[in-house]
Design a protein around this ligand. Sequence first.
Ligand code: NAP
Length: 320
Amino acid sequence: MTDPVHHPGRPQNDARRLLITGIGGFLGSHLAELATDVGWEVSGVTRATPTDYPHVAIDLAEDGATRDAIERCSPDAVIHCAANARTNECERHPELAERDNVLATRLLAQACADDRPPIPLVVCSTDLVFDGTRPGGMYRENDDARPVNVYGRSKLAMEQVLHEMGSHAIIARLPLLFGPPAHSGGKGSFLSGWVEHLRAGKPLVLFTDEWRTPLSARDAARGLLECLDKGQPGETYHLCGKERVNRHDIGIRFARHADRQLGFDAALLQAGKQADVPMTAPRAADVSLDGMKALRGLDFDAATLDNEIAWTVASMASVQ
Ligand SMILES: NC(=O)c1ccc[n+]([C@@H]2O[C@H](COP(=O)([O-])OP(=O)(O)OC[C@H]3O[C@@H](n4cnc5c(N)ncnc54)[C@H](OP(=O)(O)O)[C@@H]3O)[C@@H](O)[C@H]2O)c1
């Protein structure tokens, strides 16, 4: 007998209802689209960002709010995309990073663990748990994490709280994410900011000494659903792109596809060094990730960077 055709992250057995926190955010809105496409009945948690998906509007860090959301949505699985991911704001207001990234996750993980049966949970973390000082980067899941800024420290603290609780949550560490805003709405990625800046005719300095393994939002969404489907409870996986590139490389590759379609002058892109630009939050030099564990354990393999940049540009151009 042959196996039924398996679609990535399709809900298994009777599991149907997926709750996505941060559903109005950049990643949450892409995840909602993909999960709906593969058969999940999606609902979400948002705080202020609007969404067209069924949702509860709550602050996850408020006592009782998470339990309330779970009672109202009665999900079969939860993917936690909500976070304060604004590195400069976290640096200026560490108490907000602690509240939104550590406290909110602890309350959510506890509520998922207390349900009967416990609700499978995937939690998004970041490549910025690493200090990026290792020449060549390519960090693995069990390499020492030593974040250099408040945001990274709050996400590492979040991971540590989950381990201390003995949580069954799967931790998905994500790299720099890119893509268009989701069709259904939601926030854009850093590329939307770049395009706006370049269209205004302003030069854009991009670092040649900041290395990442960028991943498209639709690949990240696929990887998160694979975590639910095939991930081991309590494990950490790196979901990353195929290529280690610096920020300036990303700009050049983006401009190659985008400058005519999105109407900006690629000559405005300039190479620079981190040290040349004063920044509120310190930045790590090379937080590129090694994705072998996810490839072997989840069958997660990202598309090529050029493929995903082309998708991004085509999608951004179609809504101009
Ligand atoms: N984007 C990246 O490049 C990247 C890279 C690595 C890891 N990650 C991780 O991936 C996840 C998704 O990131 P993203 O880029 O989609 O972020 P995002 O666009 O900023 O979305 C995050 C959402 O979380 C919501 N939120 C924050 N605190 C909340 C709270 N206490 N209660 C309820 N909702 C809350 C925010 O809602 P409101 O706006 O309504 O307040 C926001 O819409 C995060 O865990 C982030 O750390 C992102």
